[in-house]
Write a protein that binds this ligand. Structure first.
Ligand code: TYM
Length: 339
């Protein structure tokens, strides 16, 4: 097994990232050693160029994201932790795969439609070809499994399509260059929604900070955000079916269940008939209890820029070595002469 996944270092790590992806990364890292596999986790700083950005902020966010991932439990001695910018093979392989990816496939990507919005003509080329870089990220390492939230499923399907077409077009049947990766999407917290709108996913790009819980929020901020979260006037139902048509209520119950590592049914059994006046303080306290240790580690780690750079430096050296054979094979399969 080879686990590979990434996160954009644009802004804070939020609860959606944590429950949808990072907590799974940590679990996989802790479980995989006995199976003889390994994990690579990276900061998708090249992906961050797809949207307008401030260079100095990208640099500091990249280091902060390393601190946040380590605070969450990613161990740079056991997992390979790095940023794309220090491993040029990502950008190289993207170009090689651009010959295989089809316009029609990329035209169907919902993230491009969401992020370009009404301004399609003004969107960057990088935003359009973003999923090809994402395919390169995982194919480069022969990833077998990619832990992500629900929103990345379509990109992973595209990576499989690209790999399959490349193998068919350029490789002998018994010697494919790329492994087809499987997404691993958590059954419970695959899609954490905004605290202000139960139909929008919790996201770093939402202009309202009240819409998300950041892993850097202190206890008072967390309690306040939960208190102000949008809900409805009804009490909580006794069964999951009673949450139908109540997206905000369903989201808060889902967050509680994911944090408590239990199911919706168990949470509803405890809170059936109770209003949000009782449920919200309980959820706020649970959030504070789970996030406070992460927050404390993060605050300590973020101060040591030298240590954070050293983690990335070491991770990138490992990643470059792991990437080389696949990149070489891709060049060779395409008939590119390299001396
Ligand atoms: P990004 O940076 O938006 O998010 C990182 C991870 O967090 C998950 N996630 C969520 N899960 C549940 N609920 C939410 N509200 C929520 N918001 C985010 C995402 O699904 C993701 O797993 N394109 C990717 C980064 C990337 C990548 C890759 C991922 C680049 N190359 C290769 C996997 C493999 C992204 O922008 O994720």
């Amino acid at each position: 097994m080879r686990i590979v996944s990434g996160i954009q270092p644009t802004g804070n790590l939020h609860l959606g990232n944590y429950l949808g992806a990072i907590r799974n990364w940590v679990r996989m890292q802790d479980a995989i050693e006995s199976d003889g596999g390994d994990c690579l986790f990276f900061l998708a700083d090249l992906h961050a160029l797809s949207m307008p950005h401030v260079p100095a902020e990208l640099a500091s966010n990249t280091r902060e994201m390393v601190a946040a991932l380590v605070a969450c439990g990613i161990d740079p001695d056991r997992s390979t932790l790095f940023n794309q910018a220090q491993v040029p093979a990502h950008a190289e392989l993207q170009w090689l795969l651009n010959g295989t990816a089809r316009m029609g496939w990329l035209n169907r990507m919902t993230q491009f439609k969401d992020k370009s919005g009404k301004n399609r003509e003004g969107a960057s080329i990088a935003l359009f070809t973003y999923p090809v870089l994402q395919a390169a990220d995982v194919l480069l390492y022969q990833a077998t499994h990619v832990p992500v939230g629900e929103d990345q499923k379509q990109h992973l399907e595209l990576a499989r399509d690209i790999a399959q077409k490349f193998n068919n077009d350029f490789c002998a049947e018994d010697a494919p260059v790329f492994t087809l990766p499987d997404p691993i999407i958590p059954p419970d917290a695959a899609r954490i929604m905004s605290l202000r709108d139960g139909s929008a996913k919790m996201s770093k790009s939402d202009p309202s900070d009240m819409s998300r819980i950041n892993l850097t929020d202190d206890a008072d901020t967390i309690m306040q955000k939960v208190r102000k979260a949008k809900t409805d006037p009804e009490p909580l139902p006794g069964e999951a079916a009673g949450l139908a048509g109540r997206p905000e209520a369903a989201n808060l119950v889902g967050i509680y269940a994911a944090l408590a590592e239990t199911g919706t049914a168990e949470v509803l059994a405890e809170f059936a008939g109770k209003g949000f006046g009782q449920f919200k303080p309980a959820l706020g306290e649970l959030l504070v209890a789970k996030l406070a240790p992460i927050n404390a580690r993060f605050v300590e780690l973020r101060q040591d820029r030298g240590a954070l750079d050293a983690i990335l430096h070491k991770g990138a050296a490992k990643a470059r070595a792991l990437a080389a054979p696949t990149l070489d094979a891709a060049y060779a399969a395409l008939g590119l002469v390299r001396g």
